[in-house]
Design a protein around this ligand. Structure first.
Ligand code: ADP
Ligand code: MG
Length: 305
């Protein structure tokens, strides 16, 4: 028979928007020694905003609209930010889109778009070969750019047109209000906190400093995140009771969510692969719910035993 306490625990958790997909996970969260988190969308809001645009050898509106055309084929939060910029312009630099069409890029001819995970996009827009993405993407296609851009603690999307650097977008995200608080709580419970991200290391380092994680790694490809989690799980092997959780939101996070002893998905929007694979789903976006899930696991244990 299933102890009543588990129903109580699962019920209490669900009232707080935390879905445990089985009572075993109420136990496992009490054994966590390491909590690994994704950055974008987990510790930061994941709603990027274009801060600055630097066109090189091209008009600003042209750079914005061509890049938006390519990004219109992506659902990445970075793509959303660039589309919004191209549609609305920005008051600060006085940039106004020179068309009254809501989605000017929709009339563009866009072909052969390929999303390269952890890099960005490649495709053909208006007959021009285009790239929009990070330093890794431009290096891969031997496009030269100012290496100083990699040191700026902002996400930078660089655009190349017909094999030439054509400028960049500086994009910023915000840290969630309760991110630093939950890291402190986890650390106080003797849990090692680790942040992993595909974003550039200069950005990841700055977020790590502000939220106070014990360990962080940036510039990771999806397969690098898997390798990092495997390594961290190996370090816990000597104690069979010590468990690791991974908390993430994006589609790219599904493999690590599956690999972790406890896979936690944030911002459960229903159908997404990460929510599907997760053992625990946090239905809103609050990192504080990670600590609450652990607290509910502890309280349930006290009732059951
Ligand atoms: P994470 O979710 O860990 O932050 P992602 O793998 O989603 O990382 O993205 C890693 C990096 O790849 C981004 O920070 C960005 O530089 C680049 N990138 C990914 N998708 C796009 C896109 N659609 N347009 C431009 N750059 C992108
Ligand atoms: Mg992500």
């Amino acid at each position: 028979s299933i102890p009543l306490g588990y129903f109580g625990g699962i019920g209490a958790a669900s009232r707080h928007g935390i879905l445990f997909k089985g009572s075993v996970f109420l136990d496992l969260v009490t054994q966590l020694k390491t909590v690994v988190m994704d950055k974008t969308g987990t510790l930061t809001k994941g709603t990027f905003m274009v801060q600055e645009v630097k066109p090189v050898g091209i008009e600003r509106h042209e750079l914005a609209q061509l890049t938006a055309a390519l990004e219109s084929k992506s659902t990445h939060p970075i793509a959303t930010a660039i589309l919004e910029y191209a549609e609305r312009g920005d008051a600060q630099s006085g940039f106004v889109p020179i068309t009254d069409q809501a989605h000017p890029y929709e009339s563009y001819s866009i072909h052969d778009v390929e999303e390269i995970p952890g890099h960005g996009l490649k495709g053909t827009v208006e007959g021009k070969t285009m790239l929009a993405g990070n330093a890794k993407l431009l290096r891969r296609f031997q496009i030269s750019f100012d290496e100083a851009l990699t040191k700026i603690p902002y996400t930078i999307v660089m655009t190349a047109l017909d094999g030439k650097f054509a400028g960049y977008f500086t994009i910023a995200d915000e840290i969630k209000f309760d991110a630093a608080g939950v890291i402190t709580r986890l650390k106080n419970e003797g849990i090692r906190t680790v942040m992993l991200s595909g974003d550039k290391s200069a950005v990841v380092e700055e977020v790590a400093r502000q939220v106070g994680v014990d360990e962080w790694h940036g510039d990771l490809l999806p397969e690098d995140k898997v390798a990092q989690v495997e390594r961290l799980m190996k370090t816990l092997k000597s104690d069979p009771k010590a468990k690791l959780a991974f908390v993430g939101d994006g589609v790219n996070d599904a493999p690590v969510v599956a690999l972790a002893d406890v896979g936690i998905a944030m911002g459960g929007l229903g159908s997404d692969a990460t929510v599907e694979t997760a053992d625990v789903v946090i239905q809103n976006d609050e990192p504080a719910k990670i600590a609450l899930a652990i607290a509910i696991g502890r309280a349930t244990r006290r009732i059951v035993w």
